[in-house]
Write a protein that binds this ligand. Sequence first.
Ligand SMILES: [Zn+2]
Length: 338
Amino acid sequence: MKKVFIYFFVFLFICFILPALLTKWETSTYSEASSENEENPKEASEEASDAYVYNQYGTIKLLHADTNEVEEVALDSYLCNVVSAEMPVDFEKEALKAQAIVARTYTIYKMHYQKHDNADICDDSTCCQAWISKEDRFARWDGDKEAKWDKIEECVNETKGKVITYENQPINAFFHSNSGGKTELPVDVWGGGSNMPYLQVVETLGEEGYTQYNSEVELTNEEILEKLKQKYADIQIDFNNNEDIKILEYTSSGRVKTIKFGNHEISGTEARSIFGLKSTNFEFVKEEGKIKFIVKGYGHGVGMSQTGADSMAKSGSTAEEIIQHFYVGVEIKEVNSL
Ligand SMILES: [Zn+2]
């Protein structure tokens, strides 16, 4: 009798229980796989980038130059204030993303080589990097301010953790407004030897379409003398002698390296600052009783040109391609991998 029960039980197991178990196993395997497939890949990658956790550098100490207060802020939140201060929000998204990566790299570079005793970086653009509060930004924007801010946040979030490296170290990511078509070597702006081989002279098309490309400064002969006298008390210029005002040397990018004013030879960067020119990429025309400086580009010309980045983005370049163009031989890496 017992045997009959055992056979019956084995029969039940083979016919019903085993198939049911197998079906359940298959179903559960399939459903796991399908739930992965059903997820929108875009959402999945956004979740992943939102989940990016900085091993270090996640918070920075920001010095507000006007109040001398130091504020601890989350890196990427700080970068939204920086990007919105440094680049027009109506620039292409890929250009803004390049600016976000540049700003993150610059910030981390500053954290390595601290300039301020009690802070990582300050909000003075002439010292460290420009920054604007969201409140002040909104006061200066018109139109749909929330949409503009969202665009900036997206550009920062989509590049979370990304920094520009050379030999596995964050680079000194200089940038400027408009290169006038060609970027400049740091040695021709600040002198000294360069340990930054990623900063070379590179050409960019399309910068002439921006308002920052062309500018002019007109000064009377008296104003020229007056401005030079503040630095060179013994200055003497014969404005009727063509040899007395003359460009003597150009840098490898074609900017003015040395210019002669009467009994003094001064550097192009000095002339830029004395006469308030937008760049050292200038020529001059003598007119009746005055001199007109005709200037190309805006800024020191080293590293990424912001209008060049926008122009490249308009032609279809990605943020990474823009960065590889302006910083030679660099790699874009996750900061946690360094
Ligand atoms: Zn500073």
